[in-house]
Design a protein around this ligand. Sequence first.
Ligand SMILES: [Zn+2]
Length: 125
Amino acid sequence: MVNNRLVPMHPLKGIDAIGNVMRRGLCLDVRPLSCMSCQSEDFERPEATTESLTLIMYGRHDFNKGRCACKNCGIEHKQGLADFVRTGFWPASPDGEKFETIIDQRVFEHFAALKDRALHISTKV
Ligand SMILES: [Zn+2]
């Protein structure tokens, strides 16, 4: 509501707990294996941070990195590269700490299958 009028809201904006308009991002549901503090494997659903993440999977898709809280002790864990690799994504950024682009493993499988069917694109021929 702006100046006592209802206005349409952009799909990537939201309202925080005290009424401020904030940007909402989308993040992948990738959770850590276990909590670093209490070893629990139970986490809240990840929430998007402001850090961008590009996913290559049948095209380019823009997301945000996420963070999720441990349901047992409440400590927040930021999604790390190891979490993505464990769930089938591979880094496409040279810097492993600041990874910004990941590739779905199925993209590699697609190229492997294509290489077997279309020998003229194979690098070994
Ligand atoms: Zn914990």
